[in-house]
Ligand binder design. Structure first.
Ligand code: IPM
Ligand code: MN
Length: 352
């Protein structure tokens, strides 16, 4: 059966890493009985340049009309360095998450055996890292009302959550915990924030009603950030709100090896989007130094979601092999001369 894939390369290194993901999917088509139909859409700074809108209507239509969305990266320093601009590339990503109802962002963090030596932390601390962050993605402070006073001297962002928003992602996280080590940690700031206290009440309630068999514990986000560096192997499933999830997943990505390795899945009731957790790395654009692995692993997550587990596992294995044989970019192997496309080709050639 043909799967329709919307492809949104976006900005910075986005197009380069997407190219490698598509190369790998090309190889999957040859080795397995599956076929993909790709439709490209603009998003982010490139879309602003072309149309004035970071999320053109056409792009949303392409995504709605597809089985899955592959997303590269978004962002441009031109906008980051100017707080006065009203239209920003990131609105494209936040917009598509909202439009497609992608409330559940899943970020798996695992230590690659052969990268233990290059970790910034001691071997014994990182060797057993294997956890997954469930980050709420369409609510909280990202989407609450934003205000700037007339004199521009006061600003606010509202962090707002409803019971339903918390319940639907909590179900996903509890179910995932059952398939893993049966442990879930709710990360919040319940000692200060009312919205965090709501998270605690709702999650506790759901646990008592439906998931008594799962081991639930709570951690304040500042402590969680520290624990993730001191003893990251203690975690199994982490459940958290939008902003806290954004921050702790960057910590998770480096303790697990490199930010260039961490994929993510954003799922909703109908649609799903797959993207690396790293940004657009504009300094690395067109230099052939971007690590394509997070993007390629995001593609594997997409195949799994499309119930194509065989090809998905084959991609994961080819990535493992690349890392074992030190066929990676400089961020993970400083002595390496491998370019973005060398890595992509190596992985594509080892799909079987
Ligand atoms: C991420 C990114 C985005 C976010 C940015 C680019 C808007 O950092 O996916 O983690 O903050 O969600
Ligand atoms: Mn982030």
């Amino acid at each position: 059966m043909v799967k329709k894939i919307a492809v949104l390369p976006g900005d910075g290194i986005g197009p380069e890493i997407i190219e490698e993901a598509l190369r790998v999917l090309g190889s999957v088509e040859k080795k397995f009985k599956c076929k993909f139909e790709f439709t490209f859409g603009d998003i982010g700074a490139i879309a602003i340049e072309k149309t004035g809108n970071p999320l053109p209507k056409k792009t949303v239509e392409i995504c709605v009309d597809s089985d899955s969305v592959l997303f590269g990266a978004i962002g441009d320093p031109k906008y980051d360095n100017n707080p006065n601009v009203k239209i920003r590339p990131e609105q494209g990503l936040l917009g598509i998450r909202k439009e497609l109802g992608l409330f559940c962002n899943i970020r798996p963090v695992k230590m690659f055996e052969s990268l233990i030596e290059s970790s910034t932390l001691k071997n014994e601390i990182v060797k057993n890292i294997d956890f997954t962050i469930f980050r709420e993605l369409t609510g909280g402070i990202y989407f609450g009302e934003k205000k700037l006073s007339k004199d521009k001297n006061t600003a606010s962002d509202l962090c707002i959550y409803s019971r339903d928003e918390i319940v639907r992602i909590s179900h996903e996280a509890f179910r995932a915990a059952r398939d893993r080590k049966n442990k879930i940690t709710l990360v919040d700031k319940a000692n200060v924030m009312e919205s965090s206290r709501l998270w605690r009440r709702v999650v506790k309630n759901l646990h008592e009603k439906k998931y008594k068999d799962v081991n639930l514990n709570y951690l304040l986000v500042d402590n969680a950030a520290m624990q993730m560096v001191i003893n990251p192997a203690q975690f199994d499933v982490i459940l958290t709100s939008n902003l806290f999830g954004d921050i702790i997943s960057d910590i998770g990505s480096v303790v697990g090896g490199s930010i260039g390795l961490l994929p993510s899945a954003s799922v909703g009731k109908k649609s799903a989007l797959f993207e690396p957790i790293h940004g657009s790395y504009p300094e690395g654009k067109n230099k052939g130094i971007a690590n394509p692995i997070a993007m390629i692993l995001s593609t594997a997550l997409m195949l799994k979601h499309l119930k194509l587990s065989g090809p998905a596992n084959s991609i994961s294995k080819a990535v493992d092999l690349a890392i074992q044989n030190r066929k990676g970019t400089r961020d993970i192997f400083p002595e390496s001369n491998y370019t973005t496309s060398d890595v992509g080709k190596y992985i594509a050639d080892n799909i079987n």
